[in-house]
Design a protein around this ligand. Structure first.
Ligand SMILES: Nc1ncnc2c1ncn2[C@@H]1O[C@H](COP(=O)(O)OP(=O)(O)OP(=O)(O)O)[C@@H](O)[C@H]1O
Ligand SMILES: [Mg+2]
Length: 475
């Protein structure tokens, strides 16, 4: 549970907002700190270059005046050099034209030769300013120029320690890091609080949904803090509406089923009771009542068969048994089967095929669907009426229309005829012998084939059902 919780926190919007705030807070801090430290260091080093060079230039002039390259006994100059080196914690080497060190304030390398790249370049008029950050010192070369010839007769090589600059940089870095740590903590705390405030409306939404699903609330939810939460609420309310409709229709279906199943039972019971209640019932009456009972049993049987057919098609997993079938043959056999009923009612049955059509369908289910339409056309027809069935196709679909010259469907009922158990005129339909499940079965079967069904009707004139089904089954 805890592992799951932790995982869900890392995946949460709140955590992501915190990360973003953290990045926004820390990166500028880091940049500012580094810029401050490095610009301080650059400034301090260049100031040091400048100061040392200035003082050494003056010293150099004095040195040349007193011919120090030849004779290093000048107390004044030696004293000045000692002061300079002690101020900057450094070392001065005086090198003559031959590269020989004539004076070393450390008294180590006098008499040796120092012909480094920097010294040679300085003789050529290019003085050096080198900063060694790692070892904390600056090395500079100053040319000792003869006033008359303008030539460099010697070079002053000065190294000064930058220890105190490094110390200041270190101190700045430490302070910067401390500040960063403080900012980090502040950003985390602030981020936690701000992200909490930002995601609160979403928590409100989930709480409202939870309360609704737990059944405390019964109305729609509305959290209009953000456009997003409003959108979520709208979508949820829509879904809720659909669920309510579904629930209502389920309840209605269950009550319809029980009612429909009870009706024949009640009739059977009434018939049987009346027989039982009489004495010396004539055989003819027995026979008549028994025939009525058989009719009611047949009716009950039909309702159950239809319901089972519907339930089977309702299951999404229900497999269609797809085969390549000639639709012309299928329609012919449907009409042939229904011809006796049509003849009995004096209704003319006509099939008009515009072309041979072969399609991938479930023969049993589609046959049931189409024969329900033709059967309705016959059932809800008038004496000497007609039912025209046409078949046509294009490259994608085939089209079947079933048109009749019957009683038609009132406009207010058109939208409901596909509902289970819906019948326009209950008493009339009952007389004709319907259960009101036929069109529901038809529509289900067509939808399973990814097809569509439409109806047009005019009262007392007739009705036309148009069906469109893909030639190739779409899984
Ligand atoms: N061709 C039609 N002309 C006029 N009314 C029709 C036609 N087809 C259907 N209806 C009306 O729609 C209702 C529903 O039809 P449906 O086929 O679902 O049920 P049914 O015919 O009453 O019973 P079942 O088909 O289950 O035996 C019918 O009761 C009838 O009122
Ligand atoms: Mg029917």
């Amino acid at each position: 549970m805890r592992v799951k919780l932790r995982k869900s926190f890392f995946k949460s919007l709140r955590f992501r907002i915190m990360i973003i705030l953290f990045i926004i807070g820390i990166i500028p801090c880091l940049i500012v700190k580094n810029v401050i430290v490095s610009s301080y260091e650059n400034r301090a080093v260049s100031l040091r270059y400048y100061n040392v060079r200035n003082q050494c230039d003056i010293l150099g002039n004095q040195l040349m005046k007193e011919n120090y390259l030849e004779n290093q006994d000048s107390e004044v100059i030696n004293g000045e050099m000692a002061i300079l080196t002690s101020v900057y914690n450094g070392r001065i080497l005086i090198i003559n034209r031959n590269g020989k060190i004539v004076k070393d304030t450390y008294d180590i390398d006098e008499g040796k030769y120092a012909l480094s790249k920097e010294v040679i370049e300085c003789f050529d008029g290019i003085p050096a300013n080198n900063y060694d950050r790692k070892n904390s010192y600056i090395e500079q070369t100053i040319a000792l120029t003869d006033k008359e010839t303008g030539q460099a007769d010697g070079v002053m090589l000065v190294s000064t320690s930058t220890g105190e600059i490094a110390d200041s940089v270190d101190m700045l870095e430490t302070r910067g890091n401390l500040l960063m740590a403080a900012v980090c903590i502040l950003v985390i705390v602030l981020g936690y609080v701000i992200s909490g405030i930002l995601v609160k409306p979403f928590s409100k939404v989930s709480k409202a949904i939870e309360e609704l699903t737990d059944g405390y609330l019964n109305e729609e939810i509305s959290i209009s803090d953000y456009t997003e939460t409003e959108l979520i609420c709208n979508v949820f309310n829509k879904m809720l509406g659909r669920m309510k409709t579904l629930d209502d229709s389920r309840q209605e279906f269950v009550s319809n089923v029980s009612h429909e199943l009870k009706t024949p039972m009640t009739s059977i019971k009434v018939l049987a009771d009346s027989l039982n209640g009489q004495e010396n019932v004539p055989v003819e009456l027995y026979k008549e009542f028994m025939e009525d009972i058989v009719v009611e049993i047949d009716r009950e049987n039909k309702i159950i068969t239809d319901l089972l057919a519907l339930v089977k098609m309702d299951k999404k997993a229900s497999n269609l048994n797809i085969e390549k079938v000639s639709i012309n043959d299928l329609l012919e056999s449907i009409l042939k089967r229904l011809k006796p009923i049509a003849d009995k009612k004096g209704v003319e049955l006509v099939l008009e095929s515009y072309r041979p059509v072969v399609a991938e369908i479930d023969e049993v289910k589609l046959s049931l669907a189409l024969s329900n339409l033709v059967e309705n056309g016959i059932k809800y027809n008038v004496e000497d009426g007609w039912v025209h069935v046409t078949l046509n196709a294009d490259h994608k679909y085939f089209y079947v229309t079933v048109a009749d010259s019957g009683i038609g469907i009132p406009e207010e009922s058109i939208d409901r005829i596909f509902e289970r158990f819906y019948r326009v005129d209950k008493s009339h339909s009952r007389e004709i012998g319907g259960t009101g499940l036929g069109l529901a079965i038809t529509r289900n079967a067509i939808v399973m084939h990814r097809g569509a069904i439409k109806v047009r009707s005019e009262e007392h004139k007739g009705t036309t059902f148009s069906v469109r089904i893909p030639l190739n089954y779409i899984a």
